[in-house]
Design a protein around this ligand. Structure first.
Ligand SMILES: Nc1ncnc2c1ncn2[C@@H]1O[C@H](COP(=O)(O)OP(=O)(O)OP(=O)(O)O)[C@@H](O)[C@H]1O
Length: 320
């Protein structure tokens, strides 16, 4: 869907991105991560031509992006950024409808789409549609920014630290929301973040950059299982590698049959990292497990945390 072929960008003699090769397929959730100044935002912005590349080729849907008018390209790609950039004198409704109006959608279709997106992002239409950006919290503004990026059902969603300004609780809610939208709509998403936990939670593929070059490109599990260098290990957080890796697995993988037992139950969809925390907080070696509808599912044993993952084949996409 998007292909970078030996792409470079230089600013005033300083290389920002050098000989980048990257191929992003339909439906992937690719997270660009790396230290400050490593070229993440430059890479993202070259996709919708907010930044023009100097060398190499970038293709979108098989055509060179230079063959598209920038505005046509941007209408086909949603773009959400940390500072949101909502139009201050427009209501939430009008802000979300920006691209559909440019595309001259019929009014009814626009109204229905705005309604649908507000509900999807848990901003009830009756309460929020007529508000202005200054009447929203920072987190609500960011949700409107994401709704606006999704409005015309773009083929790709480009996101630059979209949850950067959020408090940790809202940030987790938004990450879950985005993961749900991705699973539901099968959108191709390319996102920049500084937050390794966010990357590991969301990405089907992580692209780790350093000094404008790719250090490693793989599934989260591949990065843990076969880190390409010490830099990768340090970036993943050397001291917490085991705990972070547990975050990639779920209770479901270690579910055992068992009768309901005492203790606070954990969901089959909880991560093994959450399970570890629950074992420690409850001081128990066995946790009751429930399904998403609250019914009894079985139990999990503390010792099973040490078992190798059933699906630990690093050649498989763990996001599926
Ligand atoms: N408009 C610009 N003019 C000059 N240099 C720039 C410009 N934009 C980016 N750079 C430089 O290019 C390099 C890559 O910047 P980029 O913003 O892509 O990095 P980043 O990984 O997104 O960083 P951060 O995490 O701090 O946002 C940096 O050295 C930066 O200083």
């Amino acid at each position: 869907m998007i292909e970078f072929d030996n792409v470079s960008k230089v600013y005033g003699g300083h290389p920002a991105v050098t000989d980048l090769n990257l191929s992003i397929g339909q439906g992937e959730f690719v997270v660009l991560i790396g230290p400050s100044g490593s070229g993440k935002s430059t890479t993202l912005r070259m996709i919708n031509r907010l930044v023009e590349h100097d060398r190499g080729r970038i293709r979108f849907a098989g055509r060179e992006i230079r063959d598209f008018k920038p505005e046509d390209l941007r209408r086909r790609m949603g773009y959400a950024i940390q500072s949101v950039g909502l139009f201050p004198h427009w209501t939430v409704e009008k802000n979300i409808a920006t691209v559909p109006r440019l595309l001259a959608w019929p009014k009814d279709k626009i109204r229905a789409r705005v309604h649908e997106l507000l509900e999807l992002l848990q901003l009830p239409h009756a309460e929020f549609a007529k508000r202005y950006p200054h009447e929203l919290s920072g987190g609500q503004q960011q949700r409107v920014g994401v709704a606006r990026a999704l409005a015309a059902d773009p083929e790709i969603l480009l996101m630059d630290e979209p949850f950067g300004a959020l408090d940790p609780v809202t940030r987790i809610v938004m990450q879950r929301e985005l993961k749900r939208i991705h699973a539901l709509a099968g959108k191709t998403i390319v996102m920049v973040t500084h937050d390794i936990d966010e990357a590991l939670f969301l990405a089907s593929r992580v692209v780790l950059l350093k000094d404008g070059q790719i250090v490693q490109d793989g599934t989260p599990l591949e990065l843990f299982s076969h880190p390409a260098s010490d830099f990768v290990v340090d970036f993943l957080g050397r001291a917490e590698l085991g705990i972070k890796r547990l975050g990639l697995g779920s209770v479901r993988e270690h579910l055992r049959p068992g009768r309901p037992t005492v203790g606070k139950a954990i969901s089959v969809d909880a991560s093994l990292r959450e399970a570890l925390s629950a074992f420690i907080v409850q001081g128990t070696p066995i946790l009751p497990v429930i399904n998403t509808n609250g019914s009894h599912a079985g139990e999990m044993h503390f010792s099973d945390l040490l078992l190798p993952r059933k699906d630990a084949d690093p050649t498989k996409d763990q996001s599926a």
